[in-house]
Design a protein around this ligand. Sequence first.
Ligand code: 5AD
Ligand code: SF4
Length: 473
Amino acid sequence: MKTKHLYINTIGCQMNVYDSEQIAKGLTVLGYKLTSLPEKADLIIVNTCTIRKKAEQKAFSFLGRMTGLKRKKPDLIIGMGGCVAQQEGQKILQRVPHLDLVFGTNAIGRLPGMIKTITAKKCRIVDIKMSGQIEELDFIEDKHHTGKVSSFVTIMQGCDNYCTYCVVPYVRGRETSRNPDKIINEICGLVESGVREVTLLGQNVNSYGNKEGLCTFPELLARVNEIDGLLRIRFTTSHPKDLSTDLMLAFKDLNKMCNHIHLPIQSGSNRVLKRMNRKYSRKLYLEKIDKLRDICSNMAITSDIIVGFPGETRTDFQETLDLIKKVEFDGLFAFKYSDRPNAAAARFEDKISEKEKKERLQQVLTLQAHFTTQKNKELVGSTQSILVEGLSKKQTRIDKPIINDDVQWTGRTSTNKIVNFSRRDNALSCEQILTGRMVKVRIVKAHSHSLWGEPVSIVPMFLGLRGEKSYVA
Ligand code: 5AD
Ligand code: SF4
C-alpha cells in the first residue's frame, strides 16, 4: 500500500487530542502516516472546538490558510471534524468551498470509509449522525515504543448537566460511559507501548458508569491502579456536585493516583452559580475542598472561572475574587463568558460589556498569578518524584552524543507542576534511561510556571510511587 500523509490540526480540549489520536490510528489502515507539514499532506483534518467563539474562529481561519494548498494539489482531501463540525454540519460546506468532508463527534469510526469514498468518487460528504452509543474503534494498537510517556484515555462521552453557558451537551450528546474492560485493555496496550501515565477523560468523570449500571468511577480507578507497568493515574474533569467521599479516599488509598484535582468552580457567587445551573453552592464547594485537603493534605487543586456571565454584578465578581483567595488554587483557567448557539445563557439579557469582561479577567489572572508563584515557591527545598516526559523545550533534540555536557530534562510532579532539571551525562544513553522513569529531584528554584531542580536519585523501574527503594544515579 502506498504511504500517504496525514496532517491533523487539533484545537481545543484533551478530548480532542485523544480523538485526533484515534483518527490517526484509524487511518493507518488506509496507509496514512502522520506528518507535521501541511504542504506534504494528502489529507488534512482540522479537529475543532466550539466551547468559545474564539476557538471556532481559529478553525475557519486555519481552513482559509489551506486554500492555496488545495489549488496547487487538487487531489488533497480536506476535512473538518469535532464540535464545530457537529454544530454547523452542512452549512460549513457552503462557507468553505474547498472543504471535502464534515464529520461530527460520533463519526470517527466511519472516517476511513468516508475517505475511501471521497478518494474514489471525488464527492463531498457530511456525517454528523449521533448514535448515542460509544463506537469502539476497530484498529490494532501499535505496541512499538513510541517515546510517549503520558496518554489520554476517554472513558465517557457527552454530558447531561446542561450548564446554561455550555455547548457540550449539544455537540457531544448525552452522557455515555465506555465499558470498563475496553478501557483496561486500551491502557494495557498503551503501557506495552511505553506509556507510564494515563489521564482518564470525561466531562464529568464522577458520574462514570451510573447510567449504564457499570462499575463506579472509584472502582474503575482501583482496576486501573492494578495495571503493571503503569506508574501514574490522573483524570479530568470532576463536577463539584458529584465529587464523592469515595473518590476523595481513592487519592489516599490508590498508590498510583496523582495528588491533583481539576475542580471547576466557574463563579464564587451563589446567584451566578444558580443561573449557570451548576447545582452546588459556594459553601458546598468550599466544604468539599476542606474535606479533600483533610483526607489528602498534599493535594494540588486547579479550577476554571468564567468572568462576565450575563447579569454578573460587581458584587458577584468580588465573591469570585474572594473565593480564589480562600481556596488558594495551584492554578486557574479563566475565561471571558462567550455566547454559544443553543446554550440557554445566550438568550439571557443583561450581557456584560467586552471592556468589563476584559477588566475582570485581568483581575482574576493577576490575583491567581500571586498564588501560583507562592505555591511554586513553597516547593523549593523539597524533594519531588518526577515522571520524566523527555528532553526539555530548550533541549528538543540531540543529534549526537554529548559527552560530559548538561542535558536538560522535563517532567511533572504528582501535583502536575512542571520540573526541569539537568544531568551531566552521555546524552543519548541518558535519554534512553530517563524518559518514562521516575526521578527524585530536589527543587532549587521556582519560576512562575515551572520549577528547576537537581536530580537526587532514579527510582528503579516499576516500583511505583510510594515506599520505593532508590539508588543514587
Ligand atoms: N464562555 C466562556 N467559557 C466557557 N467555558 C465553557 N463554556 C464557556 C462559555 N460559553 C469554560 C468553562 C469550562 C471550560 C472548559 O470552558 O470554564 O469549565
Ligand atoms: Fe458543559 Fe456543564 Fe457538562 Fe461541563 S458539566 S461539559 S460545563 S454542561
